[in-house]
Design a protein around this ligand. Structure first.
Ligand code: ZN
Length: 318
């Protein structure tokens, strides 16, 4: 039986777990890494994680990795990873050379979607759409048992779908009006800070000098009656719901699975999203969608990445 280690590499931390064929994750561990000054540092860190897991569990046949990045299909080449500060890094090749075993590198949302499809809330779906709202906004689609990769592997970048006007807020990608520039955690934090400086939003009394606003702060303020904080959450949720509603009409998914730190932190945002989704989807298609929450939680990315790596052991692909 093949033994595969699954790793979920984010902008500030990584998770790893030993994943069985049935998707069960043993010895799930989270480690903060705080970023890397060079991609080779990340490669060495991952090698140390694999060594440590090998010492404890025995040798692995492959490593599956999900990373918060734009990952080229087949090669694991990372063209951009804003949260890690990388551009054009042959990450898959560097890892394969260092670890001397098969390594499958995928975008983190694709690994999560695959994990939920194979072992979680999306099991049995004919078409599964997964959308995560965190610092950024990402999505992935599994249709007819296949992960939708897109021509180069970048399919699913819903965060950069244009939902605002040409003079809308600037996105991390440099363009204006992207969905992520309205509902991503980073964008909402920045907007809350601007409003606070203008005196248009209440300041949290106990944290008057804080630099980073969180979506939980905005949720708290909204509960206390701050209309600007509420408007920010509801506007973000509405644009999110409209974007997902368009995808529901276009793709006819039977499951839409939502998750992510921002999504989990704000009931106002979730309510606004659901209301907008109802209005933006074609009624016949909306009826057939089951709106679900992640079943595997933090294990999804690890389980999915490992399963995708197991596939290359069983059926080598180019
Ligand atoms: Zn963008």
């Amino acid at each position: 039986m093949t033994r595969v280690l699954g790793i979920d590499l984010g902008g500030t931390g990584l998770r790893r777990g030993v994943v069985a064929v049935d998707g069960s994750v043993e010895d799930l561990r989270s480690v903060r890494h705080g970023g890397f000054s060079h991609p080779m540092e990340a490669v060495e860190r991952i090698a140390a994680v694999v060594d440590e897991a090998t010492a404890k569990h025995g040798p692995f046949d492959a490593v599956g990795l999900g990373v918060a990045a734009w990952v080229e299909r087949g090669t694991g080449f990372v063209t951009r990873a804003p949260n890690l500060g990388w551009i054009d890094v042959p990450f898959g090749e560097l890892l394969r050379r260092r670890l001397k075993m098969p390594v499958a590198v995928h975008n983190d949302l694709k690994a999560i979607a695959w994990g939920e499809y194979r072992f979680g809330a999306g099991a049995g779906a004919s078409t599964l759409l997964v959308v995560f709202v965190g610092t950024g906004v990402g999505a992935a689609v599994v249709a007819d048992g296949q992960l939708l990769l897109g021509g180069r592997g970048f399919g699913g970048e819903i965060g950069h779908v244009q939902v605002g006007p040409a003079d809308g807020p600037t996105c991390g990608c440099g363009r204006r009006g992207c969905l992520e520039a309205y509902v991503g955690g980073h964008a909402m934090s920045r907007r809350a800070q601007e409003l606070s400086l203008q005196g248009r939003i209440s300041t949290l009394p106990e944290e008057a000098d804080r630099r980073e606003w969180t979506v939980s702060d905005l949720e708290d303020l909204s509960r206390r009656g701050d209309s600007e904080a509420l408007a920010l959450l509801e506007h973000g949720g509405t644009l999110l719901g409209r974007a997902i509603g368009s995808l529901v009409t276009f793709l006819n998914p039977d499951f839409v699975l939502m998750g992510g730190g921002v999504w989990d932190s704000s009931e106002y945002l979730r309510d606004a999203m659901r209301a907008a989704l109802d209005g933006a989807s074609h009624p016949d298609l909306r009826k057939s969608v089951h709106l679900a929450e992640s079943a595997l939680g933090t294990k999804a990315g690890v389980a999915g990445a490992a399963d995708l790596a197991r596939q290359i052991l069983e059926r080598p692909i180019g």
